[in-house]
Design a binder for this molecule. Structure first.
Ligand SMILES: [Zn+2]
Length: 497
């Protein structure tokens, strides 16, 4: 027996997102149980009328960094290699568990308000694993009602050793100081993931854990191999940042004599349910390796724009048969975790490459943001679509709002025009999380006020943390100049104009 009946919505059905006439959708045990013409399905204990609403699958925001949420809007116009030190500062910002809870809610709220029902949080833990703080992060996702997968940006190399030429660009005293900064041990990271996987496996828990190796240049070969083995043993998805910038291609050549994608291939790291975040600077051979391995390339177009990283070769990836997912990335670079900004950017930006036969259309971009993300994180075709048997992670958009008026093509109008104002209803696992535009499980305005108060109290600490970056920026500029002078493979897809 259905627990919830959605009555009278027009829906984007299946993988083509074809617009239906008014329908009834019955939901039982968190799944879509039945779909029929409006008025044809029996009432359930809860009936939500959705006339003049567009029912769409919730999107999968495959990439946020919740440790950045308090730094939203603090930076602009810094390339990745300079910018990133602001969010991994030498002097960390001390947070209470409540601060971490509020920080996590910033992203959960914005993701949900833009139609993302799943978020993948690559959380940096800092100098040590602070268990009360970590528990607060998980509790926030539990309370928000969003589907969440959390990884811990694991690395076993000092941050300063993630870059080539540092021995020539920084003095010995500075290198010694930076190399001595504390970080969790490989065993501590793996022990944490192993323990959490017992009670938070994402296949059976709405808020789950995954394996995140921050990036190959941040991990030793041994740590990449043991993290891969851990993910295989626990059957967890894997994420890692790969070739976001040209400098990272040069870094692979400098460290390993091969690109990072080739390095991961050689280590046996590339598999299904393994997501290469960004994958902007690729050549055709690397795309072939991803296709053969069944790995996912994750597109973060708005982040790649904001950090000047470039435009990923999405059409080439799709043509090769690579699964492509999508994310927003962290708010300290992107300012926003609005998934509609990413999906709109993806479709619009694609028109900078090739001719009109190469451009992404709105449906392709929306498919990447829904079904692509579902496949990337091990949900196969059970998530990211409206079909009988699929997980009921759904959004209803008001068709009587200006963005859909007049209505010609709802997918185009959602992708290129809507940014969240018309969101009326969000279901996750068939449970209403947002109804009539208001959150069901928490007091949003009260939380926003508490977030503002916490941010005001923490602002001096962020000033000090960001001031601690100064010397590193000087070194990074020198490293960037050295890398810029190094060639990359001539057939690397040009990512920048
Ligand atoms: Zn990232």
């Amino acid at each position: 027996m259905a627990s919830l009946l959605l009555r009278g919505a027009r829906a984007l059905l299946g993988t083509e997102f074809s617009l239906s006439g008014p329908l009834d959708v019955a939901i039982a045990d968190g799944r879509i149980q039945a779909i029929g013409p409006a008025g044809s399905l029996p009432d359930a204990p809860l009936v939500i009328p959705l006339e003049r609403r567009l029912l769409a699958p919730g999107m999968v925001n495959g990439h946020i960094h919740s440790h950045e949420h308090f730094q939203r809007g603090r930076h602009e116009n810094q390339p990745l290699e300079l910018w990133m030190h602001n969010v991994r500062p030498v002097r960390p910002v001390p947070l209470t568990p409540r601060d971490a809870y509020l920080r996590t809610m910033i992203g959960a709220i914005e993701c949900l308000r833009s139609g993302a029902t799943t978020v993948v949080d690559d959380l940096t833990l800092g100098a040590a694993i602070d268990r009360p703080l970590l528990d607060a992060v998980f509790q926030a996702y539990e309370d928000a009602g969003v589907r969440a997968l959390v990884g811990f940006a694991m690395m076993d190399r000092a941050v300063i050793d993630n870059f080539p030429y540092v021995d020539e660009c920084a003095d010995a005293a500075m290198l010694a100081r930076l190399r001595a900064l504390p970080r969790p041990s490989p065993d501590a990271f793996h022990g944490l993931v192993r323990e959490l996987a017992r009670s938070r496996h994402p296949q059976s828990n709405r808020v789950g854990v995954l394996v995140s190796c921050s990036a190959p240049q941040r991990c030793t070969e041994g740590f990449l191999r043991s993290s891969r083995a851990l993910a295989d043993e626990l059957d967890l998805p894997v994420i890692t940042h790969v070739q976001e910038t040209r400098m990272q291609v040069v870094t692979g050549q400098s460290f390993y004599g091969r690109t990072m994608v080739e390095h991961l291939h050689a280590l046996g790291f590339l598999k299904e349910k393994t997501t290469l975040i960004h994958a902007v600077w690729l050549n055709p051979r690397e795309i072939g390796l991803l296709a053969a391995a069944g790995a996912t390339a994750q597109h973060n177009p708005w982040s790649n724009l904001m950090l000047g990283s470039g435009v990923a070769p999405v059409r080439e990836l799709l043509r090769a048969g690579v699964n492509v997912g999508m994310g927003t990335d962290g708010m300290a670079s992107t300012v926003t975790a609005n998934m509609l900004t990413s999906v709109g950017s993806a479709a619009a930006l694609s028109k900078l490459r090739g001719d009109d036969g190469d451009w992404l259309n709105a449906r392709e971009a929306f498919s990447i943001a829904t079904a692509g993300g579902a496949r990337a994180f091990g949900f196969g075709d059970r998530l990211g679509r409206i079909a009988v048997g699929a997980i009921a992670d759904l959004c209803a958009w008001r068709l009587d709002t200006i963005g859909f008026t007049p209505l010609a093509d709802p997918v185009r109008q959602l992708v290129y025009g809507e940014r969240g104002a018309g969101l009326d209803l969000v279901l996750v696992d068939g449970e209403p999380v947002l109804r009539d535009g208001r959150f069901v499980r928490f007091d949003e305005s009260g939380l926003l006020a508490e977030i503002c108060a916490a941010a005001e109290r923490l602002a001096p600490e962020f000033e000090l943390a960001e001031a601690s970056v100064g010397d590193i920026h000087r070194v990074m500029r020198a490293v960037l100049a050295r890398c810029e002078a190094q060639p990359v493979a001539r057939d690397t897809f040009s990512a920048r104009l």
